[in-house]
Design a binder for this molecule. Structure first.
Ligand SMILES: Cc1cc2nc3c(=O)[nH]c(=O)nc-3n(C[C@H](O)[C@H](O)[C@H](O)COP(=O)(O)OP(=O)(O)OC[C@H]3O[C@@H](n4cnc5c(N)ncnc54)[C@H](O)[C@@H]3O)c2cc1C
Length: 440
């Protein structure tokens, strides 16, 4: 019989959200997950599955039963001909990469970190950049879903196709994702080139940058014109690195955190910090090459609050210039660097922020130096107002203030998703406070 634990406290990676589930389970098999759901049905409890716990919101929180998928983390099947692999949903991408490598395979795109699970990244619509590449969920060709009543649904384009169209970005509300089949590509190396530019230059030549580099993104340093452009492209060059402990850690982490902490008392310093660190760390061209997953991911050293909305790609310039103008006209509103701007191909997944349109993701952050929260509400509100005005849709994993009314306007297929959810989970077993705001 599956063993549960009382008194476990769950906290997300950034320690910005947490909860105390009544019972905490770490099942090792489908049968054990089924047992937890049966218990939840008997006792009328809610259930929340958690993967890597990286979501910067309360999307994975519950005071009911929590199922941690960390022990269901095997690579189950490799089809080398089709270049497809089937994994248990609790596998960390960090553990998957070397196993894919043994078969000469890799994922075609990744988010910034790999300590996240297959089930979790698809659930929240995790994305990276590259206008020819979709969000990570577009790499899913099949999945299995255990629903509230204990039924297992095999879902793909050819089987339970409607559920499949919904479940690739599932928000954790359709059931327990047990396995995911991913379309891979042959293992590849990437070269990353980083060079300085200005906001005007990048916005005026956006199409050209998008054409020049397969995985193009840029970092804007608020309170300035400064931009760091990042190109990542396939290469045959041997691995090389431009990492340097002194600049990356002593300056880019320890000194920066200290100065950000000082600026929490003297907010006027933030603009200066942004410009100073651009000058110190981003005015030199840097190059490095490595296996794709080593280049896609980077070490996120700072705990932080974030917002990340997807807007129609053609609105990139308008939205960024408006954000810049708001910061200029409100000198007391401060914004930490960087604003990270990424691009993603449109798709047909019902609740994908890129549903039916190529998109630009604009990620804003406010760091928490030494764990201290820095006031951010004015900045957050100004950003959200602009994002809504240009037709944006918030990242599901990252905290936002939207409710059902907003989502009905944002997502043409919202009611279709709701109907599927209500059919699969009529009693709302997989809901939590976050999802109630989305669906009620
Ligand atoms: C440092 C850092 C960097 C990040 N970088 C990026 C980035 O580059 N791009 C981006 O888009 N996002 C990024 N994120 C956000 C992150 O990718 C998402 O929060 C992602 O969902 C985390 O995966 P996870 O396994 O931790 O999921 P969790 O946070 O554990 O869960 C996410 C959702 O999926 C559900 N869930 C998880 N597993 C299952 C399952 N098996 N069955 C049913 N439901 C399940 C949970 O209930 C929850 O609703 C970043 C986050 C951090 C902290």
């Amino acid at each position: 019989q599956v063993h549960g634990y009382k008194g476990v406290k769950f906290q997300n990676w950034a320690r910005t959200y947490g909860c105390c589930p009544e019972m905490y389970y770490q099942p090792t098999s489908v049968e054990e997950v089924r047992e937890v759901l049966a218990l939840a049905r008997q006792q009328n409890k809610r259930v929340k599955v958690v993967g890597g716990g990286h979501s910067p919101s309360d999307i994975a929180c519950t005071d009911g039963f929590m199922i941690h998928m960390g022990k269901m983390n095997r690579l189950l099947q490799v089809d080398t001909e089709k270049k497809q692999v089937t994994v248990e949903a609790g596998i960390l991408l960090a553990d998957l990469h070397p196993q894919l490598g043994e078969h000469g395979l890799a994922l075609s795109n990744l988010g910034a970190v790999s300590d996240v699970t297959a089930g979790g990244v698809i659930g929240s619509g995790t994305h990276n950049t590259g206008i020819k590449h979709g969000i990570l969920a577009t790499q899913v060709v099949a999945l299995t879903l255990l629903t509230a009543d204990g039924t297992i649904l095999e879902c793909s384009e050819s089987s339970n196709a409607e559920v499949f169209q919904a479940a690739r970005v599932h928000l954790g509300c359709l059931g327990v994702i047990l396995t995911v089949t991913l379309q891979c590509v042959p293992q590849f190396h990437l070269q990353e080139i980083t060079f300085p530019s200005t906001l005007d230059e990048v916005l005026d030549n956006l199409d050209s940058h998008l054409k020049k580099s397969e995985y193009f993104r840029f970092l804007w340093f608020p309170h300035s014109e400064n931009v760091s452009v990042i190109y990542q492209d396939h290469t045959n060059k041997p691995p090389s690195s431009s990492a340097n402990w002194f600049w990356d850690y002593a300056i880019g982490f320890y000194l920066l955190e200290f100065l950000l902490w000082i600026s929490s008392f003297l907010p006027g310093l933030v603009g200066w910090i942004n410009r100073f660190f651009f000058w110190l760390l981003f005015t030199r061209k840097r190059e490095s090459s490595n296996l794709s997953h080593e280049i896609f991911t980077y070490e996120c050293r700072f705990k932080q609050h974030v917002q990340d909305w997807a807007i129609p790609r053609e609105k990139t310039k308008e939205a960024l210039l408006e954000l810049k103008a708001v910061l200029e006209t409100h000198p007391k509103m401060v914004a930490h660097f960087p604003v990270e701007v990424r691009f993603t191909r449109g798709d047909d997944i019902l609740l994908s922020p890129c549903f039916q349109r190529d998109s630009c993701y604009m990620n804003i952050i406010m760091y928490r130096p030494y764990g201290k929260d820095v006031p951010r509400l004015d900045y957050w509100l100004a950003y959200e107002t602009i994002m809504k005005k240009v037709g944006g849709r918030p990242h599901w994993a990252k905290a936002h203030n939207c409710t059902r009314k907003d989502f009905e306007k944002m997502y043409p297929a919202f009611s279709k998703f709701c109907a599927i959810r209500e059919k699969l989970d009529p009693t709302g077993m997989f809901l939590n406070a976050y999802l109630e705001k989305v669906f009620y």
